[in-house]
Design a protein around this ligand. Structure first.
Ligand SMILES: [Zn+2]
Length: 165
C-alpha cells in the first residue's frame, strides 16, 4: 500500500487519499507536501543510471482540484522524466463518463441542454454548448439498429371499431 504522509492540513483527507492511491504498492508515497512519487527514484529510462527526486509538475482540472506529480532527474544525461499520472486521467474519465450518462438520462426525459446546464450549476458547472458537444459526441458512438423489412400498416383515420372494415 502506498505511504500517505499526513499533516494537520490533509489529516481529514485520509479516506479519500486511500481510495485514490489504493492501487499503488509500497514503492510509492504521497508526501506531506502533496507530491505523488516513488519513494526511491527509478532508474533513468534513457541511460539506466539512478535518478534523484526533482520537484514536481502540477496538473489542474478547473473546479475539481490539482495534483503534484513527482519529477526525477538523471545526473548522467540530464533528462527529467515524471511519474506516471494515469490514475489522475482515470479519475477524470470516471467523473466525466458518469456525467455523460447523467446528460443522456436527462435528455431522454426531454430536459433541454440549457436546463441540464442549470442543473449542473449545482454539481459541476458545464455550459449549454459543452453539454451539447459531449452529448453529441456520446451519441455518435451509440449503435442504433436499423430494422429492415419494416411492415407499414395503413388504416383509416376513423377509430377502429368492432364490426367495421
Ligand atoms: Zn539518464
Amino acid at each position: 500500500m502506498v505511504t500517505i504522509n499526513l499533516n494537520l492540513n490533509n489529516f481529514s483527507e485520509l479516506p479519500i487519499l486511500s481510495e485514490v492511491f489504493g492501487s499503488f504498492d509500497n514503492n510509492y508515497e504521497y508526501t506531506a507536501e502533496g507530491i505523488f512519487r516513488r519513494k526511491a527514484p527509478p532508474f533513468c529510462p534513457r541511460c539506466n543510471s539512478p535518478m534523484v527526486h526533482n520537484g514536481y509538475n502540477i496538473y489542474t482540472k478547473k473546479g475539481l482540484g490539482d495534483i503534484k506529480i513527482g519529477r526525477y532527474k538523471c545526473s548522467n544525461c540530464n533528462c527529467t522524466p515524471e511519474e506516471n499520472r494515469s490514475f489522475w486521467e482515470g479519475l477524470k474519465s470516471v467523473l466525466f463518463d458518469s456525467l455523460d450518462d447523467f446528460f443522456k438520462l436527462l435528455r431522454s426525459h426531454n430536459v433541454s441542454h440549457e436546463g441540464i446546464s442549470a442543473v449542473m450549476d449545482f454539481i459541476y458547472p458545464r455550459s449549454k454548448s459543452t453539454i451539447l458537444r459531449e452529448f453529441s459526441k456520446n451519441m455518435e458512438q451509440e449503435k442504433v439498429s436499423h430494422d429492415e423489412n419494416v411492415l407499414v400498416v395503413c388504416y383509416d383515420e376513423q377509430h377502429p371499431k368492432k364490426g367495421r372494415c
